[in-house]
Ligand binder design. Structure first.
Ligand SMILES: Nc1ncnc2c1ncn2[C@@H]1O[C@H](COP(=O)(O)OP(=O)(O)OP(=O)(O)O)[C@@H](O)[C@H]1O
Length: 227
């Protein structure tokens, strides 16, 4: 049996006092590729934020990569984030430094010390996203698709057990979205678990996989119809 990486039981998710999602029961196993879909404002980002500790879980049960979300303390959040790779729609790269220095910054912030090991790791993750030759560039010198590849490489630095991608193709054109999706699929094929929020139905049709939907304050699994 595959190991459970994420489990929510009867969870409720709030933004301040507003209930966004309730009775949430979700299980994600090691190696899964899971989509999270739903119209704008239905709670996809709130769901993701709960998983990476940006919103606290105050009702129900939740565990993710070995952390109990109900008991998560502020000071544990960096440890949780280290076991997760988070990818955002807007890349969130630091524009004042090169790609290599963006990645170096994360390694230093997460406790890496040895220069050679850091350089090897940077080479390894850039290789995985096909961006090894661009390490001297600045983010603004790269296209959106290239920047997102770098953001995915950054998410891989600490060998996360789970990658949370919130609309990773939201700012990209259809062709570039497919390229970024290929990168994510390849990473998943190598055993990494991925949860991806999206409203790009073309991608869902092209790359069918388990799909969760947010609607009417609930999250449920939907069966995709083939095109
Ligand atoms: N910081 C906040 N404070 C209060 N309410 C919020 C906050 N952030 C989001 N909300 C509300 O929570 C609901 C869900 O928002 P959320 O961003 O999770 O939806 P979403 O499905 O990710 O939407 P989108 O596809 O537009 O990103 C919305 O009604 C939104 O107005």
């Amino acid at each position: 049996m595959a190991e459970t990486i994420l489990e929510l039981k009867n969870a409720a998710i709030y933004q301040r006092e507003n209930l966004i999602l309730s009775e949430v029961d979700v299980e994600i196993n090691q190696g899964d590729f899971v989509y999270l879909i739903g119209k704008t404002g239905t709670g996809k980002s709130s769901f993701m934020k709960t998983l990476y500790g940006d919103l606290s879980l105050s009702e129900g049960e939740g565990s993710i990569v070995g952390f109990d979300l109900r008991k998560l303390k502020q000071k544990e959040i960096p440890h949780l984030r280290r076991k997760l790779g988070v990818v955002f729609q807007d890349f969130k790269l630091l524009n004042d430094r090169t790609i290599k220095d963006n990645l170096m910054f994360v390694l230093k912030a997460t406790g890496w010390k040895e220069k050679k090991a850091m350089e090897n790791k940077i080479d390894e993750v850039l290789g995985k996203v096909g961006m090894k030759t661009k390490n001297f560039k600045y983010p603004y010198q790269l296209s959106g698709g290239e920047q997102q590849r770098i953001a995915i490489a950054r998410a891989l630095l600490n060998d996360p057990e789970l990658i949370l991608a919130d609309e990773p193709t939201g700012n990209l054109d259809p062709q570039t979205s497919v390229e970024v999706m290929e990168v994510l699929k390849e990473i998943n094929k190598n055993g990494r678990t991925i949860l991806m929020a999206t409203h790009d139905y073309a991608l869902l049709l092209k790359y069918p996989s388990k799909t969760l939907k947010c609607d009417g304050q609930k999250v449920f699994e939907v069966v995709q119809k083939s095109a």
